[in-house]
Design a protein around this ligand. Structure first.
Ligand code: UT7
Length: 332
């Protein structure tokens, strides 16, 4: 049976770093508050106004191709999970493909907020499993700084810019994407959304004056839903695959808040040594968090390792993916 395996990965973060101490000078906050409530110490923010989400993705995908030793023309499909597309249309996926020269690929953007990467990964895996395609690139990319109000202390301390990308290829070995569970509940819209810029509230003087083009989040409500759902879906994917905590090598959970990640690990019975964490350096990069975790931990990953990826985001959207890792990261 053909499975989809991640065979290469890469990431990209803009050079400019904004620390909690920098934010202390801009808004009424403290390093102590941000660190204790979220686990974040700094985030990368693109400060070149000419750069957009596709530019981060181009850096990550080009590095990915170089690592795997293949050309852009070999890519069949490129899916980009993002809520900060360069434009409403054409899709960021199309723009990335044009910029890297992926002339034989088609693609689309997938809007699932912080679950963008796991939704895209699950979707892309199906095109491999059917035997239709041999090389599918999954990008998780968000330039959150372009939709954040830097006078709103409840949101601006959390988010950062960043991007990760993985290559999916077919395998008949006992590795690759073994299972996934995805959920959505559109009733969550009230707690986390961007009010304007779509067909409901198209851009106008009023929408700009009323700051409707920024992320609106009711933090506590989102927190409660995230803790419950991310923990439950992670436990459920273990149960239905007969995995105990001992069997799981790594948890790669969406990096929104260290307290949410800790609660998920605890529900799964995992010790901190099995939990990938980089929120302190990057903050919440939305679709970027999970591939950036894999990128940071790649050298520690071994063929046959059991990984659980899990996420929760606006929508609400949430889910988990069970992977048997396909290569030794240390050999790269
Ligand atoms: O990634 C997609 C999904 N998003 C999430 O998963 C985010 C989930 N939510 C959270 O992570 C947390 O709710 C936040 C980090 C957003 C907020 O943390 P919290 O512990 O829930 O704080 P809170 O909203 O209950 O606010 C507590 C207090 C408030 O002051 P009062 O009303 O008690 O006087 C806030 O005004 O903290 C205040 N506050 C701040 N103080 C200093 C809110 N933001 C800040 C800040 N600095 N940056």
């Amino acid at each position: 049976m053909i499975k989809a395996a991640i065979t290469a990965l890469a990431g990209y973060l803009p050079n400019n770093i904004v620390t909690n101490f920098d934010l202390e000078k801009m808004i009424d906050t403290t390093d102590e508050w941000i660190t204790s409530r979220t686990g974040i110490k700094q985030r990368h923010i693109e400060n070149d106004p000419k750069k957009a989400t596709s530019d981060m993705a181009v850096e990550a995908v080009n590095l990915l191709l170089k690592k795997r030793g293949i050309t852009a023309s070999e890519i069949d499909l490129l899916i980009c999970g993002t809520v900060t597309p360069d434009m409403v249309f054409p899709s960021t996926s199309n723009l990335i493909c044009a910029k890297i020269g992926a002339t034989n690929a088609w693609g689309f953007d997938l809007s699932a907020a912080c679950s963008g990467f796991i939704y895209s990964l699950a979707t892309g895996s199906q095109f491999i499993e059917t035997g239709r395609y041999k090389k599918v690139v999954i990008v998780g990319a968000d330039m959150m700084s372009r939709i954040i109000d830097y006078s709103d202390r409840t949101t601006c301390v959390i988010f950062g810019d960043g991007c990760g990308a993985v290559l999916l290829e077919p395998t008949t070995e006992d590795v690759g994407i073994k299972d996934f569970i995805l959920h959505a509940d559109g009733n969550g819209v009230t707690h986390l959304h961007m009010k304007a810029g779509g067909s409901l509230n198209p851009a106008s003087m009023d929408t700009v004056t009323n700051k409707m083009h920024y992320v609106y989040q009711e933090g506590q409500s989102v927190f409660k839903h995230a803790v419950y759902n991310m923990a439950e879906v992670s436990a459920k994917i273990m149960e239905r695959n007969n995995l105990t905590a001992k069997d799981v090598t790594w948890l790669a959970a969406h990096q929104a808040n260290k307290r949410i990640i800790d609660a998920t690990a605890s529900r799964m019975g995992l010790g901190a040594e099995k939990v990938m964490m980089n929120i302190e350096r990057y903050g919440n990069t939305t679709s970027g968090t999970i591939p950036l975790l894999l990128w940071d931990y790649e050298k520690q990953l071994k063929k046959g390792d059991t990984l659980i990826l899990s996420g929760f985001g606006g929508g609400f959207t949430w889910g988990a993916v069970y992977i048997k890792w396909a290569y030794d990261g240390a050999s790269l």
